[in-house]
Design a protein around this ligand. Structure first.
Ligand code: ADP
Ligand code: MG
Length: 208
């Protein structure tokens, strides 16, 4: 399967729709253990991407990652903005001069998540978006290596993402604002993990 940004307008529309539908629930999650602004941060980034979506769709895919990263960086304040910008800029770096296919993407995505870990000095088990993104990156890499059909891969990563969200519930937050709550951070799922899962599900729905 060849990858191009031609589907970007459809993908970003699906992401916007899902995040907007779940906005109140996400805010409730972020108010419980964060400062409540996570969904607004994401919505600002998504709106900025939508306003550039025709331009992004016309770029080659490595240039598209760079444009997406710079747009997100400029539009989103908060931890999540710089972390997602890091992912996209790393995707640009790691897809340069490589075939525009799923194998390159899976490899670049895993390296991108490594860059996010370094940027935020965080890892799996700290009650963040990484509890979704790391297992998804690993499942994607493994499934692509095994040559599984795309629809099976998409179903699988959606399940892995949901399990990742649920895994954050009883975790103690040690990174980000939720860490200020200590033990009281337990018992709530992480807002950033939830939005990562919603975005992955929206993308998978379009690609299926
Ligand atoms: P802020 O925490 O600056 O208000 P947001 O509210 O937009 O930023 O994003 C909060 C989300 O960012 C958290 O729910 C968590 O998933 C994620 N997050 C926070 N810090 C880190 C980190 N160091 N590494 C990975 N993800 C993080
Ligand atoms: Mg916040």
């Amino acid at each position: 399967m060849s990858i191009t940004p031609a589907k970007f307008p459809e993908l970003i529309h699906a992401i916007a729709t899902s995040i907007n539908e779940h906005a109140d629930a996400i805010t409730e999650l972020d108010q419980a253990i964060g400062d409540g602004d996570h969904v607004f941060n994401l919505q600002r980034g998504i709106e900025a991407l939508q306003s550039h979506s025709a331009e992004i769709a016309g770029l080659d895919w490595t240039a598209a990652w760079q444009k997406i990263g710079m747009t997100v960086m400029a539009a989103i304040g908060g931890a999540s903005g710089s972390l997602y910008a890091t992912l996209f800029i790393s995707l640009n770096k790691n897809s340069k001069d490589k075939p525009a296919d799923l194998a390159t993407f899976a490899e670049a995505f895993q390296l991108g998540i490594e860059a996010v870990k370094q940027r935020g000095k965080a890892d799996v088990g700290e009650k963040t978006m990484l509890d979704v993104l790391v297992p998804v990156a690993n499942a994607l890499k493994q499934d692509v290596t095994e040559g599984k059909p795309l629809t099976d891969i998409l179903d699988h990563i959606c399940q892995v993402a949901e399990a990742g969200v649920e895994s954050t519930r009883e975790m103690l937050a040690t990174k980000g604002r939720a860490s200020f709550l200590g033990e009281r951070s337990k018992g709530h799922i992480d807002a950033g993990a939830k939005t990562a899962q919603l975005m992955i599900a929206a993308i998978a729905e379009v690609l299926k």
